[in-house]
Design a protein. Structure first.
Length: 166
């Protein structure tokens, strides 16, 4: 939802958004299509799928990508090599900080962060973990709070009370 909200909010006169899932499609496929955003599902195989990195390289080259905005560790892992080989800037957004209790993942994200243009967290707590536990450079790290379209939740108070039985 966050990635879809960001992609949908781009000025279509200046930017062309393309979405990509490394694993499989999901509940938002219909909404992505309805908004006219091209999307690709890469069907990652079990374990580390080294061939997926080559397929990402081919996709990025074919789509003439200038900037990649990844979300979560796996998307960054599978996009990073292709992006660097093609001279594409990577912006990475980390949503979950729970995984970074494991030292090995913290180390891997720190190494990958060195090759990223920017990293964003969706909360101040996430920023704190990325800076203090992972070691992401403060100059690269920003907070962009979760992109929630609040207009979707506006309702007339009387209607909301009736719907909730209050």
């Amino acid at each position: 939802t966050y990635a879809l909200t960001v992609a949908s909010g781009l000025d279509s006169g200046k930017y062309r958004a393309v979405m990509c899932g490394v694993d499989q499609g999901g509940a938002l496929e219909g909404e992505i299509s309805r908004r006219g955003i091209p999307w690709h599902i890469m069907h990652r195989r079990q374990g580390i799928d080294w061939r997926l990195m080559w397929r990402m390289f081919q996709l990025f080259r074919r789509e003439q990508v200038d900037v990649i905005h990844t979300h979560h560790f796996n998307q960054l892992f599978y996009s990073l090599l292709a992006a660097k080989l093609l001279g594409i800037r990577i912006i990475h957004t980390e949503h979950s900080i729970e995984a970074y209790k494991r030292r090995r993942l913290r180390w891997a994200l720190w190494v990958m962060s060195l090759l990223c243009y920017r990293l964003t967290a969706i909360s101040v707590d996430g920023q704190r973990v990325l800076r203090n536990k992972v070691g992401v450079a403060a100059r690269k790290l920003h907070v962009i709070r979760a992109a929630v379209d609040l207009c979707r939740f506006q309702a007339e108070p009387a209607d909301a009370r009736a719907e909730l039985g209050l």
